[in-house]
Ligand binder design. Structure first.
Ligand SMILES: [Zn+2]
Length: 328
Protein backbone atom coordinates (compact mmCIF):
# COMPACT_ATOMS: atom_id res chain seq x y z
CA UNK A 1 0.00 0.00 0.00
CA UNK A 2 1.32 3.44 -0.85
CA UNK A 3 2.04 5.84 2.01
CA UNK A 4 -0.40 8.60 2.76
CA UNK A 5 1.34 11.87 2.00
CA UNK A 6 1.07 14.18 5.02
CA UNK A 7 -0.44 17.06 3.03
CA UNK A 8 -3.25 14.77 1.86
CA UNK A 9 -4.38 13.65 5.32
CA UNK A 10 -7.48 15.87 5.55
CA UNK A 11 -8.69 15.07 2.04
CA UNK A 12 -8.15 11.40 2.74
CA UNK A 13 -10.10 11.47 5.99
CA UNK A 14 -12.98 13.26 4.26
CA UNK A 15 -13.24 10.71 1.49
CA UNK A 16 -12.91 7.79 3.91
CA UNK A 17 -15.82 9.14 5.93
CA UNK A 18 -17.91 9.39 2.78
CA UNK A 19 -16.93 5.89 1.69
CA UNK A 20 -18.01 4.50 5.09
CA UNK A 21 -21.43 6.12 4.65
CA UNK A 22 -21.63 4.90 1.04
CA UNK A 23 -21.74 8.52 -0.08
CA UNK A 24 -18.99 8.43 -2.69
CA UNK A 25 -20.00 9.75 -6.11
CA UNK A 26 -19.54 7.73 -9.31
CA UNK A 27 -16.83 9.99 -10.64
CA UNK A 28 -14.09 12.03 -8.98
CA UNK A 29 -11.87 14.58 -10.68
CA UNK A 30 -8.55 14.87 -8.82
CA UNK A 31 -6.87 18.13 -9.75
CA UNK A 32 -3.73 19.99 -8.68
CA UNK A 33 -0.16 20.66 -9.75
CA UNK A 34 1.97 17.91 -11.20
CA UNK A 35 4.18 16.05 -8.73
CA UNK A 36 2.15 16.41 -5.52
CA UNK A 37 0.86 12.83 -5.36
CA UNK A 38 -2.60 12.86 -6.96
CA UNK A 39 -2.12 9.51 -8.66
CA UNK A 40 -0.78 7.90 -5.47
CA UNK A 41 -3.87 9.18 -3.72
CA UNK A 42 -6.15 7.66 -6.37
CA UNK A 43 -4.34 4.32 -6.17
CA UNK A 44 -4.58 4.31 -2.41
CA UNK A 45 -8.29 5.05 -2.52
CA UNK A 46 -8.81 2.24 -5.05
CA UNK A 47 -6.96 -0.15 -2.73
CA UNK A 48 -9.05 0.89 0.26
CA UNK A 49 -12.30 0.42 -1.67
CA UNK A 50 -11.39 -2.94 -3.16
CA UNK A 51 -9.90 -4.48 0.00
CA UNK A 52 -12.04 -7.31 1.39
CA UNK A 53 -11.25 -6.61 5.04
CA UNK A 54 -10.49 -2.90 5.34
CA UNK A 55 -9.14 -1.67 8.65
CA UNK A 56 -11.28 0.32 11.01
CA UNK A 57 -10.00 3.63 9.62
CA UNK A 58 -10.97 2.51 6.13
CA UNK A 59 -7.45 1.72 4.89
CA UNK A 60 -6.72 -1.45 2.93
CA UNK A 61 -5.56 -4.35 5.15
CA UNK A 62 -2.67 -5.29 2.86
CA UNK A 63 -3.23 -8.98 3.58
CA UNK A 64 -6.45 -10.22 2.02
CA UNK A 65 -6.76 -11.85 -1.38
CA UNK A 66 -7.82 -8.58 -3.00
CA UNK A 67 -4.85 -6.73 -1.52
CA UNK A 68 -2.58 -9.47 -2.86
CA UNK A 69 -3.99 -9.06 -6.36
CA UNK A 70 -3.68 -5.27 -6.09
CA UNK A 71 -0.04 -5.53 -5.06
CA UNK A 72 0.58 -7.83 -8.03
CA UNK A 73 -1.20 -5.40 -10.34
CA UNK A 74 -3.73 -8.04 -11.39
CA UNK A 75 -6.95 -7.20 -9.54
CA UNK A 76 -9.75 -7.69 -12.09
CA UNK A 77 -11.90 -4.90 -10.62
CA UNK A 78 -9.24 -2.20 -11.03
CA UNK A 79 -8.52 -0.67 -14.40
CA UNK A 80 -5.67 1.81 -15.00
CA UNK A 81 -6.15 3.95 -18.09
CA UNK A 82 -3.14 5.79 -19.52
CA UNK A 83 -1.70 6.63 -22.93
CA UNK A 84 -0.27 3.55 -24.68
CA UNK A 85 3.49 3.15 -24.31
CA UNK A 86 5.50 5.79 -26.21
CA UNK A 87 2.31 7.79 -26.88
CA UNK A 88 1.07 11.02 -25.35
CA UNK A 89 -2.61 10.62 -26.18
CA UNK A 90 -5.29 8.32 -24.78
CA UNK A 91 -7.21 7.04 -27.82
CA UNK A 92 -10.92 6.21 -28.05
CA UNK A 93 -10.35 2.43 -28.01
CA UNK A 94 -8.75 2.64 -24.58
CA UNK A 95 -11.72 4.58 -23.20
CA UNK A 96 -14.21 2.21 -24.86
CA UNK A 97 -12.39 -0.70 -23.20
CA UNK A 98 -12.79 1.06 -19.85
CA UNK A 99 -16.54 1.38 -20.57
CA UNK A 100 -16.69 -2.36 -21.26
CA UNK A 101 -14.82 -2.98 -18.01
CA UNK A 102 -17.59 -1.24 -16.07
CA UNK A 103 -20.18 -3.35 -17.94
CA UNK A 104 -18.65 -6.48 -16.40
CA UNK A 105 -19.73 -7.67 -12.97
CA UNK A 106 -17.45 -6.94 -10.04
CA UNK A 107 -15.60 -10.14 -9.18
CA UNK A 108 -14.91 -9.50 -5.52
CA UNK A 109 -16.65 -7.00 -3.22
CA UNK A 110 -19.18 -5.44 -5.58
CA UNK A 111 -16.93 -2.51 -6.44
CA UNK A 112 -15.09 -1.53 -9.59
CA UNK A 113 -12.57 1.27 -9.88
CA UNK A 114 -10.94 2.86 -12.92
CA UNK A 115 -8.25 5.53 -12.83
CA UNK A 116 -7.59 7.70 -15.88
CA UNK A 117 -4.22 9.43 -15.73
CA UNK A 118 -3.49 11.94 -17.09
CA UNK A 119 -7.11 12.64 -17.99
CA UNK A 120 -6.18 15.65 -20.13
CA UNK A 121 -4.39 13.24 -22.48
CA UNK A 122 -7.72 11.96 -23.87
CA UNK A 123 -8.23 13.03 -27.46
CA UNK A 124 -11.64 14.55 -28.37
CA UNK A 125 -13.11 11.23 -29.54
CA UNK A 126 -11.95 9.51 -26.36
CA UNK A 127 -13.39 12.32 -24.23
CA UNK A 128 -16.75 11.97 -25.96
CA UNK A 129 -16.71 8.22 -25.41
CA UNK A 130 -16.03 8.83 -21.72
CA UNK A 131 -19.11 11.07 -21.49
CA UNK A 132 -21.25 8.01 -22.28
CA UNK A 133 -19.69 6.10 -19.39
CA UNK A 134 -20.23 9.09 -17.09
CA UNK A 135 -23.87 9.39 -18.11
CA UNK A 136 -24.68 5.75 -17.36
CA UNK A 137 -22.95 5.01 -14.05
CA UNK A 138 -22.83 1.39 -12.89
CA UNK A 139 -23.70 0.76 -9.23
CA UNK A 140 -20.54 0.21 -7.18
CA UNK A 141 -18.35 1.78 -9.84
CA UNK A 142 -15.93 4.63 -9.20
CA UNK A 143 -14.15 6.47 -11.96
CA UNK A 144 -11.22 8.70 -10.97
CA UNK A 145 -9.84 11.24 -13.40
CA UNK A 146 -6.40 12.48 -12.40
CA UNK A 147 -5.58 15.76 -14.05
CA UNK A 148 -3.15 18.66 -13.63
CA UNK A 149 -4.70 20.78 -16.39
CA UNK A 150 -8.47 20.53 -15.89
CA UNK A 151 -9.08 23.42 -18.29
CA UNK A 152 -8.14 21.02 -21.07
CA UNK A 153 -11.04 18.70 -20.21
CA UNK A 154 -14.48 19.04 -21.81
CA UNK A 155 -16.71 21.18 -19.56
CA UNK A 156 -19.33 18.41 -19.79
CA UNK A 157 -16.82 15.97 -18.31
CA UNK A 158 -15.82 18.35 -15.54
CA UNK A 159 -19.45 18.97 -14.60
CA UNK A 160 -20.19 15.24 -14.29
CA UNK A 161 -17.38 14.64 -11.80
CA UNK A 162 -17.01 15.74 -8.22
CA UNK A 163 -13.86 17.74 -7.92
CA UNK A 164 -11.20 16.99 -5.33
CA UNK A 165 -8.69 19.82 -5.54
CA UNK A 166 -5.19 19.28 -4.14
CA UNK A 167 -3.29 22.41 -3.15
CA UNK A 168 0.50 22.61 -3.05
CA UNK A 169 1.74 21.57 0.40
CA UNK A 170 3.02 24.20 2.80
CA UNK A 171 6.73 24.72 2.03
CA UNK A 172 7.81 23.71 5.55
CA UNK A 173 5.86 20.45 5.35
CA UNK A 174 7.11 19.74 1.84
CA UNK A 175 10.73 20.39 2.86
CA UNK A 176 10.50 18.18 5.94
CA UNK A 177 9.10 15.35 3.82
CA UNK A 178 11.70 15.88 1.13
CA UNK A 179 14.67 16.03 3.52
CA UNK A 180 13.73 12.60 4.90
CA UNK A 181 14.09 11.19 1.41
CA UNK A 182 17.14 13.00 0.07
CA UNK A 183 20.83 12.42 0.78
CA UNK A 184 22.09 15.03 3.27
CA UNK A 185 24.26 16.87 0.76
CA UNK A 186 21.39 17.67 -1.61
CA UNK A 187 19.98 21.21 -1.46
CA UNK A 188 16.33 20.31 -0.77
CA UNK A 189 15.24 23.94 -0.85
CA UNK A 190 16.71 24.59 -4.29
CA UNK A 191 15.23 21.35 -5.55
CA UNK A 192 11.77 22.19 -4.23
CA UNK A 193 11.94 25.67 -5.74
CA UNK A 194 12.96 24.14 -9.04
CA UNK A 195 9.96 21.80 -8.88
CA UNK A 196 7.73 24.80 -8.14
CA UNK A 197 6.81 23.51 -4.70
CA UNK A 198 5.79 19.99 -5.77
CA UNK A 199 7.64 17.50 -3.52
CA UNK A 200 7.29 14.35 -5.64
CA UNK A 201 8.42 16.28 -8.69
CA UNK A 202 11.42 17.51 -6.67
CA UNK A 203 12.32 13.95 -5.73
CA UNK A 204 12.07 12.83 -9.34
CA UNK A 205 14.18 15.76 -10.42
CA UNK A 206 16.87 14.71 -7.98
CA UNK A 207 16.87 11.15 -9.32
CA UNK A 208 17.34 12.56 -12.80
CA UNK A 209 20.27 14.72 -11.68
CA UNK A 210 18.23 17.90 -12.14
CA UNK A 211 20.25 20.32 -10.01
CA UNK A 212 23.61 19.47 -11.59
CA UNK A 213 22.18 19.51 -15.09
CA UNK A 214 20.55 22.88 -14.48
CA UNK A 215 23.86 24.32 -13.24
CA UNK A 216 25.61 23.20 -16.37
CA UNK A 217 22.78 24.34 -18.63
CA UNK A 218 22.80 27.78 -17.04
CA UNK A 219 26.57 28.07 -17.56
CA UNK A 220 26.19 27.22 -21.24
CA UNK A 221 23.26 29.57 -21.54
CA UNK A 222 25.41 32.39 -20.15
CA UNK A 223 28.21 31.30 -22.49
CA UNK A 224 25.97 31.90 -25.49
CA UNK A 225 25.88 35.60 -24.68
CA UNK A 226 29.67 35.72 -24.61
CA UNK A 227 29.94 33.83 -27.90
CA UNK A 228 31.62 30.93 -26.07
CA UNK A 229 28.97 28.38 -27.01
CA UNK A 230 27.24 27.18 -30.13
CA UNK A 231 23.42 27.55 -29.96
CA UNK A 232 22.74 24.24 -31.71
CA UNK A 233 25.05 22.34 -29.37
CA UNK A 234 23.45 24.02 -26.36
CA UNK A 235 19.96 23.19 -27.66
CA UNK A 236 21.00 19.53 -27.92
CA UNK A 237 21.92 19.60 -24.19
CA UNK A 238 18.47 20.92 -23.32
CA UNK A 239 16.60 18.38 -25.40
CA UNK A 240 16.60 15.46 -22.91
CA UNK A 241 14.78 17.73 -20.44
CA UNK A 242 11.90 18.32 -22.87
CA UNK A 243 10.49 21.58 -24.13
CA UNK A 244 7.95 22.09 -21.36
CA UNK A 245 10.51 21.90 -18.59
CA UNK A 246 13.08 23.87 -20.60
CA UNK A 247 10.56 26.67 -21.03
CA UNK A 248 9.80 26.54 -17.31
CA UNK A 249 13.46 26.90 -16.33
CA UNK A 250 14.20 29.60 -18.90
CA UNK A 251 11.10 31.48 -17.83
CA UNK A 252 12.15 31.38 -14.23
CA UNK A 253 15.69 32.60 -15.05
CA UNK A 254 14.52 35.43 -17.27
CA UNK A 255 11.99 36.49 -14.66
CA UNK A 256 14.81 36.61 -12.09
CA UNK A 257 16.95 38.63 -14.52
CA UNK A 258 14.13 41.14 -14.94
CA UNK A 259 13.89 41.41 -11.15
CA UNK A 260 17.63 42.02 -10.89
CA UNK A 261 17.51 44.65 -13.63
CA UNK A 262 14.51 46.44 -12.12
CA UNK A 263 15.24 46.21 -8.40
CA UNK A 264 19.03 45.91 -8.38
CA UNK A 265 21.40 43.20 -7.14
CA UNK A 266 19.56 42.76 -3.84
CA UNK A 267 16.28 41.81 -5.51
CA UNK A 268 14.60 38.65 -4.19
CA UNK A 269 15.02 35.96 -6.82
CA UNK A 270 13.75 32.37 -7.05
CA UNK A 271 16.97 30.80 -8.36
CA UNK A 272 19.13 31.74 -5.39
CA UNK A 273 21.71 29.06 -6.12
CA UNK A 274 22.35 30.62 -9.55
CA UNK A 275 22.61 34.12 -8.11
CA UNK A 276 26.18 34.96 -9.20
CA UNK A 277 25.56 33.63 -12.68
CA UNK A 278 22.37 35.62 -13.07
CA UNK A 279 23.99 38.83 -11.72
CA UNK A 280 26.59 38.43 -14.42
CA UNK A 281 24.05 38.05 -17.19
CA UNK A 282 21.96 40.94 -15.86
CA UNK A 283 24.92 43.25 -16.41
CA UNK A 284 25.16 42.24 -20.03
CA UNK A 285 21.55 42.71 -21.11
CA UNK A 286 18.98 45.47 -21.02
CA UNK A 287 15.37 45.11 -19.95
CA UNK A 288 14.06 45.40 -23.49
CA UNK A 289 16.05 42.36 -24.62
CA UNK A 290 14.87 40.39 -21.60
CA UNK A 291 11.21 41.20 -22.20
CA UNK A 292 11.62 40.32 -25.89
CA UNK A 293 13.02 36.91 -24.91
CA UNK A 294 10.26 36.40 -22.34
CA UNK A 295 7.71 37.07 -25.09
CA UNK A 296 9.31 34.36 -27.17
CA UNK A 297 9.15 31.89 -24.30
CA UNK A 298 5.47 32.67 -23.82
CA UNK A 299 4.81 32.17 -27.51
CA UNK A 300 6.54 28.78 -27.51
CA UNK A 301 4.64 27.84 -24.38
CA UNK A 302 1.42 28.48 -26.28
CA UNK A 303 2.63 26.45 -29.27
CA UNK A 304 3.95 23.59 -27.14
CA UNK A 305 0.43 22.18 -26.69
CA UNK A 306 0.39 21.44 -30.44
CA UNK A 307 2.69 19.07 -32.25
CA UNK A 308 5.73 21.29 -32.15
CA UNK A 309 9.19 20.03 -33.17
CA UNK A 310 10.90 20.39 -29.79
CA UNK A 311 14.43 20.35 -31.13
CA UNK A 312 13.76 23.12 -33.66
CA UNK A 313 12.00 25.17 -31.00
CA UNK A 314 14.97 24.86 -28.61
CA UNK A 315 17.46 25.73 -31.36
CA UNK A 316 15.38 28.74 -32.32
CA UNK A 317 15.29 29.90 -28.69
CA UNK A 318 19.04 29.50 -28.19
CA UNK A 319 19.78 31.43 -31.39
CA UNK A 320 17.42 34.19 -30.27
CA UNK A 321 19.07 34.27 -26.84
CA UNK A 322 22.54 34.64 -28.33
CA UNK A 323 21.21 37.52 -30.42
CA UNK A 324 19.93 39.26 -27.26
CA UNK A 325 23.53 40.12 -26.39
CA UNK A 326 23.91 42.18 -29.57
CA UNK A 327 20.67 44.03 -28.94
CA UNK A 328 21.73 46.72 -26.58
ZN1 LIG B 1 -7.16 -6.16 2.09
Amino acid sequence: MSDLLPWQADTWAGLMARARDERLPHALLLTGAEGIGKRDFATRLAEALLCLRPREDGDACGECQACGLLAAGSHPDLRLVAPPEDKKVIPIDTIRAAGEFFALTSQYNGRQVAIIHPAEAMNPAAANALLKTLEEPTPGALLMLVCSQPSRLLPTIRSRCQRVAFALPEPAQALAWLRQRLPGDVDAEALLALAEGAPLAALRLNEEGGLAARQSLSRQWAGLLEGREDPLAVAAQWKPWGLTRSLQWLNSWVTDLIRLKSAGPDAAISNKDLGAQLQNIAQRLDLRALYAFLDQLTEYGRLAANNLNEQLALEDLMIAWRRSAARR
